[in-house]
Design a protein around this ligand. Sequence first.
Ligand SMILES: [Zn+2]
Length: 242
Amino acid sequence: MNTLQDCLLIQWPDEIAAYNAAIKENPNNQSSNSGGRRKRSLVNYSKLWANGRTLKIAFIDAPEAEHKQKIIDAASRWLPYINLTFDFVDGEQGDIRIATKNNVNSSILGTDALLIHPDWPTMSLGVKPDHEDFEVIVTHEFGHALGAMHEHQHPEANIPWDKPKVYEFYRNREMNPLTPEQVDRNLFIPFDTLAAIYTEYDRKSIMHHPVANALTLGNWENPTNREISKKDKKLMRLLYPK
Ligand SMILES: [Zn+2]
């Protein structure tokens, strides 16, 4: 079953703290441009880094040189479309802190990273360098670190999930089983912030998880998207204009 690109997007639980950190980093995160969407939460704001800045990205658990280079190469796929610079360093200090020595792929969303204790990673890249989806997963996690949400949770996605089957699948699998609550948060619940920045739903986005036909009603599936899509590029250019 095509569910390899498994990822936990983590948002800081305290909305007020997250809002304050986002505004302090980049006052433009508070935007009145809601593009006509319905407001679902009291505050609509994004979690984007200050445009033009250098992001210090630390490898905190010393992956091997080749492994590290593969991460750098995949992350750097975003650079042509954003007005940020990546400064990769070894050690424990960075705006983004990458751990590689477990089995989880996860990232904190954008400026929520500022709220994570400096001793803790903000991104976990458990995928091994010889995995066929390594590049896709690393690029995807960096999309979150730049402030992008999950495309399969786009308010207009309307994926015909077979929910009981999805819960069962994630509960019973051997690697990283998920609780129903985690499944809700990572697959089903439409995203709620970033009002100012989302564009139309894009099935080809690298921020869209693959969807197995067996987990949907009727005939609906989505492959693993391996490339940064046209709309991904457009969105990133909008978020971090040069
Ligand atoms: Zn993700």
